[in-house]
Design a binder for this molecule. Structure first.
Ligand SMILES: O=C(O)CCC(=O)C(=O)O
Ligand SMILES: [Fe+2]
Length: 431
């Protein structure tokens, strides 16, 4: 990160409230196209897209050289089923993959099952032969943690723009999960209307095929709620025109429509709802990620999630002794994280940045710890920026009434001590 980008971040986040407020004004729904790798720096992306929370598309030049672009695609641009079978079924062991049925609806998403990759590929080949109409319906392989299952495979390298990634850094540290996925599906497969986990950013690269994205800037979804306050499953459904069901739909703006071609990468900003279609047989790789630019959006989302849980079980508030704790348990099971884990998440990131600033990173350590090496590569100013962001959000968390009810003094270290330590580290770094 260069000095100008650091100065820009300091100005933007000076006022804490502006960090979770995402103003969007895109001229006529225009989305920038980044053509050249050489002339587009990390600081350019940080300043023009991460901080303002605007989408953009990267040209196929940014994925040139990826193993998956070379190996997973046939000469005529179709998925190379033989290669996939060879490497993920016959050689490296038998993969089992999550598959959604795009023709069925269960609550507000598609029902999912786990099936062997071999079975999915046979289905897909049959589906193509039958002109994309098979009795099993349209099946979409999604959210497959391929890189975790096959770390030795040469698939892709994360572009530098997306390497400040606290979500994967944290979940890699505790070794429980990650947010790196492969999607593959036939023409006609699609993903219903949603915003991403924890209101994270996502980037998605087409290895082959073509996608259509319908994007709504934050707050637009309020016009898309039905009279009970529920969001639609499919924003193209005719029901939305019916004002007795969707009373505010007429006031909504049309979505930004983007066609993403093979090799291109789309950047989806934080909190933007979207619906996605595979216009051809398509394979994509995507990550969800959070960093200092959108962590306040994540924090405000978590507060909304807790408030929703509290509303849901409000009738037990006075009779249940550990009501606040129960709310956290429910939140964790519905949202994937609770307040104490969010604290731990911020703590792990902040401590990693302090190690980077203390130059504990010798070559051997950096070879072993790819996250620290990545942070270090983004420069010391980025580590300071990250620390400042953790301090701002931790300060807000520490002042939160619901967090205070969870006996934060029992945390190790307690929030006050951690904040003190982080502020001292920032002061030393800025000397
Ligand atoms: O490609 C898809 O079907 C959905 C991807 C998506 O929702 C995302 O990358 O955030
Ligand atoms: Fe998404």
């Amino acid at each position: 990160m260069d000095r100008a980008a650091f100065a820009c971040s300091t100005a933007f986040f000076r006022d804490y409230s502006s960090a979770s407020h995402v103003a969007v004004c895109l001229p006529q729904g225009h989305v920038d196209y980044i053509e050249k790798v050489e002339s587009f720096s990390y600081s350019d992306f940080f300043r023009d897209y991460l901080i303002p929370n605007h989408p953009c598309i990267f040209s196929a030049k940014f994925t040139e050289g990826w193993g998956s672009r070379r190996n997973w695609v046939t000469q005529d641009g179709k998925p190379n089923f033989d290669y996939l079978l060879q490497h993920f079924v016959y050689i490296s062991g038998k993969a089992v993959v999550p598959v959604a049925n795009c023709d069925a609806k269960e609550y507000n998403s598609n029902p999912k099952e786990q099936i062997p990759l071999k079975e999915y590929i046979s289905y897909w080949k049959e589906h193509i032969k039958k002109n994309y109409q098979s009795p099993r319906g349209c099946l979409y392989l999604k959210d497959w943690h391929l890189c975790r299952a096959f770390p030795e495979q040469d698939v892709y390298t994360t572009p530098v723009y997306f390497t400040s990634d606290w979500l994967n850094e944290y979940w890699d540290t505790i070794g429980l999960d990650d947010y790196r996925f492969v999607y593959m599906g036939p023409k006609g497969s699609w993903t219903p209307f949603h915003a991403d986990v924890f209101r994270s950013y996502s980037w998605s690269a087409n290895i082959c095929g073509k996608k259509k994205w319908l994007l709504f800037p934050p707050k637009q979804e309020e016009y898309l709620r039905d009279r009970h306050g529920h969001l639609p499953f499919d924003i193209t459904a005719p029901d939305l025109q019916n004002s007795s069901i969707y009373p505010r739909y007429a006031q909504s703006c049309p979505p930004i429509e983007i066609i993403q071609e093979a090799g291109e990468i789309i950047f989806i900003p934080s909190g933007w709802h979207h619906q996605v279609y595979n216009l051809e047989d398509t394979i994509s790789i995507n990550h969800n990620w959070v960093n200092g630019c959108n962590v306040a959006i994540m924090w405000s989302f978590l507060q909304d999630e807790l408030a929703a849980v509290q509303r849901e079980i409000s009738e037990w508030r006075d009779t249940m002794e550990d009501w606040h704790l129960q709310c956290q348990v429910i939140m964790k099971s519905c949202t994937g994280i609770d307040y104490k884990e969010f604290y731990n998440f911020l703590k792990v990131i902040a401590e990693n940045r302090i190690s980077v600033l203390n130059h504990v990173l010798d070559e051997e350590a950096s070879a072993k710890n790819t996250h620290r090496a990545a942070t270090s590569a983004l420069g010391m100013l980025h580590a300071v920026f990250d620390l400042k962001r953790t301090v701002q959000v931790l300060t807000s968390l520490n002042a939160n009434e619901d967090f205070k009810k969870l006996n934060p003094k029992s945390l190790s270290p307690p929030p006050e001590a951690l904040l003190h330590h982080l502020k001292a580290a920032i002061d030393t770094a800025l000397l």
